[in-house]
Design a protein around this ligand. Structure first.
Ligand SMILES: N[C@@H](CCC(=O)N[C@@H](CS)C(=O)NCC(=O)O)C(=O)O
Length: 217
């Protein structure tokens, strides 16, 4: 579906967890967009687009929106036909809380630039893996416990369709696998993540499906 307001541009790169959330949301909502790889821009160009220099950023109607949470909220407001959040207020709030644990308390503490700062800035390379496992482990344990107390054992985090919580979960599980964080204590999270990962909207958002994914060899 093409957006009535104008074409959207997503500034991202193949490996961009926060951007993958937005790619999944765009796919679930069936929205077309132009993919611009930040890697392909001239030096300094992305800093003019997003002063924070972080991906993703969404261009729409000559404006730029940064921060995946704000972009997801914008998409939810502008394209409500396929909602990402449950209509029931408590389930909606619980979905937002689930996403917030991932975005604010797992991803933000273990993202590449934080790991680089710990490795280079603080000369503490031995501590980095335990830092990552600590924050991700705390987060995953909380998420698993939250899923255990859902009122129904839905196929996805907060319903029978994948949504807000699931699009946060899948990139975070991939990051954990990439970073060697053990996941065997979280059967609900891994089952839901595996179920989502078989769906076209999630497959199309995967790093290796993006046009700037490095070609083998
Ligand atoms: N809170 C931000 C996080 C964005 C973020 O940390 N993006 C990372 C990649 S996942 C990034 O742009 N890193 C580039 C860098 O550190 O230079 C959001 O949700 O959009």
């Amino acid at each position: 579906m093409t957006n009535q307001a104008g074409r959207m541009t997503l500034f991202t790169r193949w490996q961009n967890s926060a951007g993958e959330r937005v790619r999944i949301a765009l796919n679930l909502k069936g929205l077309d967009y132009d993919y611009v790889s930040v890697d392909g821009l001239e030096p300094g160009a992305f800093a003019r687009i997003n002063p924070q220099g972080l991906m993703p950023a969404l261009g729409l109607d000559g404006q730029i929106v940064t921060q995946s949470l704000a972009i997801l909220d914008l998409l939810e407001q502008m394209f409500p036909a396929r909602p990402l959040l449950p209509a029931a207020p408590i389930l909606r709030a619980q979905s937002l809380a689930f996403g917030a644990i991932i975005a604010s308390e797992m991803h933000a503490l273990t993202v590449n630039r934080v790991r680089r700062f710990l490795e280079d800035g603080l000369s503490a390379p031995m501590a980095v893996q335990s830092w990552v496992e600590h924050w991700q482990g705390l987060g995953f344990a909380s998420l698993e416990a939250l899923l255990a107390r859902r009122p129904a054992d839905w196929a996805y985090c907060y319903g029978d369709e994948p949504g807000w919580a699931d699009l946060h979960l899948v990139p975070q599980v991939s990051a954990a696998q990439r970073l060697g964080v053990p996941l065997d204590l979280y059967p609900r999270l891994t089952a839901i993540s595996a179920r989502c990962s078989a769906l076209p909207a999630f497959i199309a958002a995967r790093p290796d499906m993006q046009p700037d994914f490095p070609k083998p060899g």
